[in-house]
Every structure is written in C-alpha cells, then in structure tokens.
Design a protein around this ligand. Structure first.
Ligand code: SAM
Length: 218
C-alpha cells in the first residue's frame, strides 16, 4: 500500500466516516479518488489534510468531508446523471463519477477547466464531461439531472438549476447573503412545480459568480 493510500484510508476513517457519513457508495468513492493528483505541483503532501486547499486563480479544492457530505446529500444509488457547478480541480467530479453513470461539470475559469479536464482524462474518468462557462445557467442540453451539486456559494438558489432537476432529483447548494458564509441547502423537486427546501449545515465557500449568482467576485 502506498503512503498516499494509507493517508486516504485514514482520512476516510477519521474525517469522513468519523463525522457521520454513512453511504457505502460515498465512502468507497472517497477511498478510490487520489486527491493528491488534483493539487498543484508540490502540494500533494497536503492532500489528506482536513481542509480546503488553494488550487490557483484564487480558488480552492473543497475539504474532503464537505465533498463527501454533499455527495451523500444527493442520495445517489449508482447509475445516475449528475451536474456539478464549480469544477475547480475536478476532485469532487471524480468522486461523483465513481458513483454516478455520467457527470457534467462546469467551471467559469478557463485555466481551471483545462487543468481539471487533463487530470480527469489522465485518471481515465471518461464519464466526466467538463465545460467552461457560467454554471448558474446549468447545462440544458443534458438536463434533466438526478442530482445537482453547486460547489460555490450564491445569494439565492438559481431558478434555472431547479428546473433542470428530474422530479425526485436533489440540488445541494451553499446560499448566503454574505459572500463569506453560507448555509448548505438541499432542494428536492417533489413534483413538476413543487420544490422542498431543507437547511443542512453552515459552510464557507468561494462565491458563485454568474448571471444567477453574484455579479462579481469581490
Ligand atoms: N469542486 C471543486 C473541487 O473539487 O476542486 C472545488 C470548487 S471551488 C470551491 C468553486 C469553484 O466554482 C471555483 O473554481 C470557481 O471558479 C467556480 N465557480 C464560481 N462561480 C461559477 C459559475 N457561475 N460557474 C461555474 N463555476 C463557477
């Protein structure tokens, strides 16, 4: 077993299962994805720290626990179609791709999208599709989705994303009136025009910048 495998196993035990994530599919996915491959050169040593880490362009790879928690909140059973907004390094997309059949992920910063695509291709994630653009508008050609995860914090739930859910589908998104702190929200489309909302957890994400997000980063 490599040192990274040992660190990953310990991360799953202490940071993920230890904090209450129970989904076997999510725990297995977290055991498989090499987080060190999604970090900038020379940063791999920090890969299994219990924290977000810088990935360039002022953006971050999310804390492993948050990635696992958000994936669990989608209640995937395997084989679904999932949309992620905020590809960043591509790590969360890889975790979702271990469970879902197809993952569509959108990143607004071209350099990050290009790098994520390269890393995901290198690891053989042929079921992850990366696009550069404004994720608040979703990926309408591939809609509807069983699950949507937004990895950046917006002022409100984008209406467009809600309407790209299948009936029964779930959207997990950090929402807050401040750009620094948010509440993680889950929206379930219970019928064509009926959406249920639950508050899950207090979180800190970088801002969701776009037509149905914040107008500027700072
Ligand atoms: N999921 C990522 C990972 O595993 O590395 C972490 C995402 S990082 C916390 C949030 C990302 O959302 C940033 O890369 C940022 O550029 C991106 N972002 C912000 N607003 C966006 C938008 N409207 N559409 C797409 N990406 C956006």
């Amino acid at each position: 077993m490599s040192d990274y495998s040992k660190l990953r196993e310990r991360m799953v035990k202490r940071q993920i299962a230890g904090r209450g994530v129970r989904s076997a599919l999510v725990l297995d996915a977290m055991r498989k994805v090499p987080r060190e491959r999604f970090l900038p050169r020379g940063q791999g040593v920090f890969a299994y720290d219990d924290s977000p880490l810088p990935i360039g362009d002022g953006q971050t790879i999310s804390q492993p626990y948050i990635v696992a928690y958000m994936a669990e909140c989608l209640a995937l059973e395997g084989g679904e179609k999932v949309l992620e907004i905020g590809t960043g390094s591509g790590y969360a997309a890889a975790v979702l791709a271990e469970i879902a059949a197809e993952v569509y992920t959108i990143e607004r910063i071209e350099g990050l999208a290009t790098m994520a695509r390269k890393v995901l291709d290198g690891l053989g994630y042929t079921n992850v599709h990366v696009r550069c653009g404004d994720g608040t508008l979703g990926w309408p050609e591939e809609a509807p989705y069983d699950g949507i995860v937004v990895s950046a914090g917006g002022p409100d739930v984008p209406d467009t994303l809600k309407h790209q859910l299948k009936t029964g589908g779930r959207l997990v998104i950090p929402i807050g009136t401040s750009k620094a702190y948010q509440e993680l929200i889950r929206v379930t489309r219970v019928a064509e025009d009926d959406f249920q909302t639950e508050d899950l957890l207090s979180v800190r994400f970088v801002p969701l910048v776009g037509e149905e997000g914040w107008s500027q980063e700072y």
